[in-house]
Write a protein that binds this ligand. Sequence first.
Ligand SMILES: Nc1ncnc2c1ncn2[C@@H]1O[C@H](COP(=O)(O)OP(=O)(O)O)[C@@H](O)[C@H]1O
Ligand SMILES: [Mg+2]
Length: 368
Amino acid sequence: MPRNNASVALGLMSGTSADGITAALCRFSGRSVRVLAFKTYPFAPALKHKILGAPDLPLAEISKLNYEAGIAFAEAARKFLKGRPRPAVIGSHGQTLWHGPDDSPANTLQIGEPSFIAEAIGVPTVADFRPRDMAAGGQGAPLVAAFDEFLFFRRNGRPTAVQNIGGVANVTFIGPRGVTASFDTGPGNALMDLAARLGGQGRLEMDAGGRLAARGRADDKILARMMAHPYFRQTPPKSIDKNLFGPQFLRRHFGTVTPKKLPDVLATLSWFTARSIADAYRRFGSKGISTAVISGGGAKNTVLMRRLSEALAPVRVLPSDRYGIPVMAKEAAAFAWLAWRAVHRLPNNCPKATGARGPRVLGKIIPA
Ligand SMILES: Nc1ncnc2c1ncn2[C@@H]1O[C@H](COP(=O)(O)OP(=O)(O)O)[C@@H](O)[C@H]1O
Ligand SMILES: [Mg+2]
């Protein structure tokens, strides 16, 4: 049996975009983290289609999907770890099919049965992080806030916003005494991806680099209507299900997305993501934020990043790479850290962010 590297952990993440499984191998020591390697394994098209269409699936299909996704996570881990240091622990976020923090009782559903990962790799695997936080009265999200604090507390000198732009966008504000708030700011890439899929008539999965958006003209009226959504006024802690800004929302504001309309729709949606982020900083941000550190696929969208710099000025907008965390690895690295904490029985939630009654060790551990 090969030896595990005690300070190395593997994180596996698939967010609301369902673009694929991102694996990040990290080494932790004291207060530092080093991302040794990372890679995204796209879902097979049929599996991605099922995940995105999950709300309409019958129960038996959902049950099967949980296992299919688990096998896909295990397969991604196996391929990724070939020729790489063997981790002491694996943390898997799984794939969210449902997030209902405001239901009574609050509930959430992440699939991707982690037993397959433990079985394939033979390393203790931690998954299902959200439920314990919710049992303690929290929203079970955002889980990355504790990792953001670990990374950025007292690092910048001035208050920092740690902003991830995945399918939805979320921020952690870090002031001189730690996290002040952390919540979903609103849409990220998922609405733009959806528009690209519809307007691209099945040939586009995203607006790579924001090239189509760059050719379009934003519609200020539609933008103002979208910004009037009550979610933006709601005080944190708050988190959204991606369906809040999903197909219905897109249809309501843009009607049918035709290929001809697509650049304008994307131009408007890039502004929408940027404005909703800036709006969240103004309403709920710590005083004197100097820097916004951006991660997630949104950082690869040049138009979106430009809009964000304009909307947030004079706040500096920097990709997380500047701090040694590649933008696409950040969230997966967070799950490596969460799992590493869990096996050491160290609290890994952030009550300030989720609203939980106190610090808890999140995650269900499957022994090797
Ligand atoms: N080169 C790129 N240009 C524009 N957008 C991109 C690019 N790469 C990734 N993205 C966007 O980022 C999304 C994936 O980001 P990610 O952070 O993995 O989100 P999630 O956490 O929801 O999976 C893609 O669906 C796409 O919208
Ligand atoms: Mg992703």
